[in-house]
Write a protein that binds this ligand. Structure first.
Ligand SMILES: Nc1nc2c(ncn2[C@@H]2O[C@H](COP(=O)(O)OP(=O)(O)O)[C@@H](O)[C@H]2O)c(=O)[nH]1
Ligand SMILES: [Mg+2]
Length: 480
């Protein structure tokens, strides 16, 4: 089929021309799905552009990304031909269960077209929304899912299995595997991506380069790709319409599928939440146990630290006491040594003093002895001198008597008489003088003894003092 023929074929496609007639269907509903920004709206504009070889016009708002309030969704339907309508569904960010639930509700045609629909998270709300759709049920759309994917994006590993499941569920819901449209055909290796999607279950993969306001030069091959997308969809419809169909029954089946799916994911979610709650409880318990363990460890560590501190303090105290005892011992030793030194010094001083005293006593004794000897010698000398003097006196007296006798014999009797009287007087005088002399001698001896004792301390001078006494004594003797 050449380009024009193909164009005509699509433009003129009618369900009434199917082998078994329309069987209750009155339009083909191409439902576009895919990640946000992958080119769904741009594909609608391209399809409309190529179908009637008109100029490019922006029918679907392309390049607009919904942001914030993601729970609202606007499903927009664009008529391509009298039979074919294309629906720009809300794109999804990730292929999680919640998003898929919405996608299937759209795909099953349970959400109103060209209206903002509020989506709610809870299972009950979702089911209630499904029930609302029964107010105005749509049995007449033959649904063909189209999955739009940008070649440049690498599908993450974990989303491959979800994509596979998505394809399969699309088939279960509609009886048709989604047609995969790869956008940005000229910007990446679409063969690789094509292969990947085929591996995930896609039966038809068509790569296209969307037209846009900036890039709207139409070429045959590029436009043909879009026609091929539509042709594939119609081929699927034609194929399916060969079989006996019951639109009402199929809608019921879609609803059953959706309810089962939603119920399953709700159950899974509940189980998951319960498991998570359990997990959280277990984790919290474990955390508590861990916290208790840590507390216990901290307490033990604190106790050990305190015990260690106490031990150190004890050791320090013992060391301090030992140091003080050592100091006291040293002080005691030093004191004893000092005392011993003082005792020694005192002993030596005492000995020196005794020696000095003994020396002095010896000297005094010697002086005493010398004085005694000197006194003795002096007395002997005096005695000798007195004896000598007495002898001399006696001798002189005898001489005098002899002379007197001689003289008397020569003198007269008168003279004799006078001499006798005189002699008597002289004898008496001599006796008196002798008595006086003896008294003087006794006194002088006493004085000499006292002087000799005093002389021991005064030395030789004392001896000299005795000399006048002797002279005086001698003088007296001469007077006699
Ligand atoms: N070069 C190129 N740009 C594209 C293609 N398809 C879409 N775009 C651009 O990608 C952006 C997002 O496209 P859009 O249709 O809004 O994505 P949607 O969120 O899936 O509807 C827009 O700026 C488009 O012009 C394509 O095949 N080639
Ligand atoms: Mg869009």
């Amino acid at each position: 089929m050449d380009y024009i023929e193909l164009q005509k074929y699509i433009q003129n496609f009618s369900l009434d021309h199917c082998p078994r007639g329309n069987q209750g269907y009155n339009q083909v509903l191409l439902q576009l799905f895919g990640f946000t920004g992958h080119g769904k709206s741009a594909l609608i504009n391209s399809l409309k552009c190529v179908l009637y070889t008109g100029n490019f016009r922006m029918h679907a708002r392309s390049g607009v990304v919904f942001s914030g309030g993601a729970m609202t969704l606007e499903r927009r339907a664009y008529g391509l031909t009298p039979t074919i309508t294309v629906v720009d569904n809300r794109g999804f960010g990730r292929m999680n269960d919640l998003e898929m639930r919405m996608i299937y509700a759209q795909l099953g045609n349970f959400m109103p077209l060209n209206k903002k629909v509020e989506w709610r998270d809870s299972y009950e709300d979702f089911v209630s929304q499904l029930e609302d759709s029964e107010m105005n049920p749509n049995y007449t759309d033959f649904i063909v899912p189209i999955f739009v994917y940008k070649v440049l994006v690498t599908l993450p590993e974990q989303e491959m299995s979800q994509t596979r499941a998505f394809f399969k569920n699309c088939r279960n819901l509609t009886g048709v595997f989604p047609i995969v449209v790869l956008t940005h055909k000229t910007s990446g290796n679409y063969f690789e991506v094509e292969k990947m999607f085929q591996c995930l279950g896609a039966e038809v993969v068509v790569a296209v380069e969307n037209y846009s306001e900036e890039d709207q030069i139409q070429t045959r091959g590029r436009s043909r790709d879009f026609l091929n997308v539509l042709k594939s969809a119609l081929d699927d419809v034609t194929f399916r319409m060969q079989q006996l169909r019951n639109p009402k029954e199929e809608r019921i089946q879609r609803k059953k599928f959706l309810l089962t799916y939603v119920h399953d994911i709700d159950m899974a979610e509940r189980i998951n939440k319960e498991a998570m709650r359990k997990g959280t409880r277990i984790r919290e318990e474990a955390k508590k146990v861990e916290a208790r363990k840590r507390e216990e460890e901290a307490r033990r560590a604190e106790e050990a630290r305190r015990a260690e501190e106490a031990r150190r303090a004890q050791e320090n105290m013992i060391r301090e006491e030992a140091r003080k005892a050592e100091e006291a011992r040293k002080r005691e030793e030093a004191k004893k040594a000092e005392e011993a030194r003082k005792r020694e010094e005192a002993k030596k001083a005492e000995e020196a003093r005794k020696r000095e005293e003994a020396k002095k006593a010896e000297e005094a004794r010697k002086r005493e002895e010398a004085m005694k000897k000197e006194e003795e010698a002096r007395r002997r000398e005096e005695t000798r001198k007195r004896v000598e003097a007495m002898k001399k006196e006696e001798a002189r007296k005898r001489e005098a008597i002899k002379a007197m006798e001689a003289w008397s014999r020569e003198k007269t009797v008168t003279v004799e008489e006078v001499w006798r009287r005189e002699k008597t007087v002289t004898a008496e005088e001599i006796w008196r003088r002798e008595e006086a002399r003896k008294a003087i001698e006794a006194r002088e001896r006493e004085e000499a003894r006292k002087a000799a004792v005093a002389q021991m301390f005064m030395g030789q001078q004392q001896t000299k003092e005795n000399i006048p006494v002797k002279k005086e004594k001698t003088k007296r003797c001469h007077i006699q």
